[in-house]
Write a protein that binds this ligand. Structure first.
Ligand code: MN
Length: 497
């Protein structure tokens, strides 16, 4: 997976010449001090590069032009130390094509009551400089995030760091290639969508490959490589002897190696498959999809390229964080105890969310008519998580997000041969499922314990797509209304982003 530590955000400070050189020198030194402190913060995983104080329309245009064409710059952090009359920003913001965060902070944390004079007021006027900048960004209908807080404050740094993670995920997605083995599961609607619009909107490309192309890579794998991978399985997972020595696990290992080699050679970051197009493959890739996801690949089953792309983006955002992220599906309900959802899939749940050492098992699949596939079986620790589904509404993409709490099953599930997770959706299962369905959210999701709904909202904001969040405050009547308002909004504004 792409290393997000290589990415940069540029710290650009706005001011003007009205206050004289001495103030501008102070502004510059404060800006450098703040950018360096943010760069050193453990909460910000990318480099924060201090850029010069900009005081003219030409300077602003030039720095934004450079940011646009810089390979590693994934966003601009704008700070108005003083008042920066924002007509100067029109030309620059007009061409900005990187995500923008307005860091609304000021150099001093407290007001120096006994010392404060008009010189101090002139030098420390973020409070109204930030408002002038904010007006212009709003007036230009530019999507951005506003983070308010003192730059030494941990919460503000976490917010900024999380935003940079989202920018990294969006940036990685821009250049991502998704391989699609086979087509969509027949007759399924929600996993379909406009791939051209997706490429225009997000940047990633989705292209199809015959399973025969993949078979060639699988056939090229040597027996010794298969034996080596089986040893790795034995070291990492709990495996019964007969599974370890059986033919199914060898076939599964060969599929993993072939798939990995295909994806590496084609420089793909994500993929889809479907149990209906497996001609020549001995089994549906189970452990292969699981382990590739754990290594940062995006995955979507049944041809679901939108979820595959989203899994990849979320994996990039969550790099190095606790928790994990996986392809997921709402499977079955427990209507007692206020209602809970058991999430799983036929096989393909990422072990990055496992609460314990996974068990590697082989069982029949019951659909698809292939040989018994190998898969990793595990449960998931309790705690907060999110589910997100990206759907194509015809006129726009909509990201549907639900905040959930992972809970533990009432009893063991000895006969369920797949990884599983039980969650309690917010505000409760009734409202969550009703709202999700009204919003057209799919059965496939990205499930993540690493990121929060705020990441996904920021992601939608950067991509200029709709985002609806179902959380503890969701009221079905208001939620339904907001979907109707969005219908109008996205017709009016989607070309302005
Ligand atoms: Mn499915």
């Amino acid at each position: 997976m792409v290393n997000i530590g290589q990415f940069e955000v540029w710290f650009v400070t706005g001011s003007q010449h009205l206050y004289g050189d001495k103030v501008l020198r102070n502004v510059a030194s404060h800006a450098t001090e703040i950018a360096n402190a943010l760069n050193d913060s453990k909460h910000i995983p990318v480099k924060v590069i201090p850029k010069s104080v900009v005081t003219t329309s030409d300077q602003i245009f030039e720095i934004i032009q450079q940011a646009n064409s810089s390979k590693n710059c994934i966003g601009i952090v704008a700070w108005m130390h003083t008042f920066s009359p924002s007509k100067m920003w029109i030309r620059g913001l007009g061409i900005l094509n990187k995500p923008l965060v307005h860091f609304h902070t000021q150099y001093n944390e407290a007001i120096p009551w006994s010392e404060i004079d008009m010189n101090f007021m002139n030098e420390n006027q973020s409070a109204h400089g930030g408002r002038e900048f904010g007006f212009l960004v709003s007036r230009m209908r530019k999507n951005r995030k506003v983070i308010v807080g003192h730059w030494k404050n941990e919460e503000a740094r976490i917010k900024l760091g999380n935003w940079t993670r989202v920018a990294a995920g969006g940036h990685a997605l821009k250049n991502a290639k998704i391989a699609r083995f086979g087509d969509n599961m027949r007759q399924v609607a929600v996993t379909e969508g406009d791939k051209v619009e997706a490429q225009i909107r997000f940047g990633f490309s989705v292209n199809g490959y015959g399973v025969g192309d993949l078979l060639k890579s699988i056939d090229d794998i040597s027996d010794s490589a298969v034996a080596q991978l089986i040893t790795e399985y034995a070291n990492q997972y709990i495996i019964e002897k007969e599974v370890l020595n059986g033919k199914s696990l060898k076939d599964a290992a060969r599929i993993e190696l072939g798939l990995r080699s295909f994806l590496e050679q084609g420089d793909f970051q994500a993929f889809t498959d479907t149990f209906e197009n497996l001609h020549g493959l001995k089994q549906l890739p189970g452990i292969a999809a699981q382990r590739l996801m754990a290594d940062g690949y995006g995955f979507g089953a049944e041809g679901d390229w939108k979820t595959s792309a989203l899994v990849y983006a979320v994996k990039v955002m969550g790099q190095g964080l606790d928790g994990g992220s996986s392809f997921m599906e709402d499977y079955t309900y427990d209507f007692r105890n206020g209602g809970r959802v058991l999430g799983s899939h036929m096989l393909e749940i990422c072990p990055s969310i496992a609460s314990h050492k996974p068990k590697c098992e082989v069982h029949p699949l019951s659909i698809g008519g292939k040989e018994d596939p190998a898969r990793l079986v595990f449960g998931v620790d309790s705690g907060p998580a999110v589910n997100a589904s990206l759907v194509d509404m015809g006129t726009r993409f909509r990201l549907v997000v639900n905040e959930v709490d992972v809970v533990q099953p009432d009893e063991d599930l000895p006969k369920l041969p797949v990884a599983r997770v039980l969650w309690d959706p917010k505000p409760n299962m009734g409202i969550a499922a009703e709202s999700w369905i009204i919003a057209g959210g799919g059965h496939h999701t990205v499930f993540s314990k690493a990121i929060t709904s705020e990441y996904l909202e920021d992601f939608a904001e950067m991509a200029g797509i709709e985002c609806v969040v179902i959380d503890k405050n969701t009221n079905p009547r208001n939620f339904k209304e907001s979907l109707k308002w969005n219908e109008v909004y996205y017709h009016l504004f989607q070309n302005h982003m």
